[in-house]
Design a protein around this ligand. Sequence first.
Ligand code: BTN
Length: 262
Amino acid sequence: MLFNEELLRTFLTSSVFGKHIQLLEMTVSTNNHALNLAFKGASEGTAVLADCQTGGKGRMSRSWFSPPGKNIYTTVILRPEMEPALSPQITLITGVAVAELLDKYCPGKVTLKWPNDVLIGGRKVCGILAESRSSAVKIEYIVVGIGINVNMLENELDEDLRRIATSLKIETGKDFSREEVAARLYESLEKWYFIFRDSGFAPVREKWLECSGMTGKEISYTSQGATVRGRVTGMDNGGALLCDVNGEIKRLIAGEITFAAR
Ligand code: BTN
């Protein structure tokens, strides 16, 4: 079932985000579509929302499972005034916005995993993929793609995903209006983006650390082919995860972490 634009607009209270929206029945990737719109000059807050994607993209060249009629696949165009090196902050802002939103549907069960996963009960319910075009000193635009598993059932997930992925429906047993969730998502994203724009990254970092519960946790990650174990101590102002490895604080700026087995 396609998104109903009229219904979505009845839920939308944001001032900019989602006001211009392109609803698509099918696209390769909402990120690709949004990159194209941004290149042609689309304004900040313009959103692309698709019922399904034929080539949904995940991080690290993975694909994003994007069947029709069930979930949210959306991308929002941003034009932040920031240096390219700080662009990872956008993923973290988005994570906070999604976590705050989903906590309303699943109170107390939503967590963030650095850098871009939103989990419910430890299983992934949302992934975030930001892609940008920058000059040497300035971001021209950044598109932030968000995939939220909404009404997907366990048996609709690929077998290899069942252990690690979930949806709002799987967690609550309830069906959700995708239009309402999408509208609330644009509101939440706008709220956190404006907090960032007006007050900087510190409030986002604080909320991110609170939602993630990662401080003090043992993690492992790969560096130059070797597995490194350490303990999370916080996040710096650029969005890098800080990790104590044998008494030395390491800054993780990209990549993937795993929670160490207890
Ligand atoms: C990840 O966790 O690896 C990131 C997944 C991002 C998926 C979303 S769905 C909407 C947007 N369009 C894409 O092709 N990818 C993002």
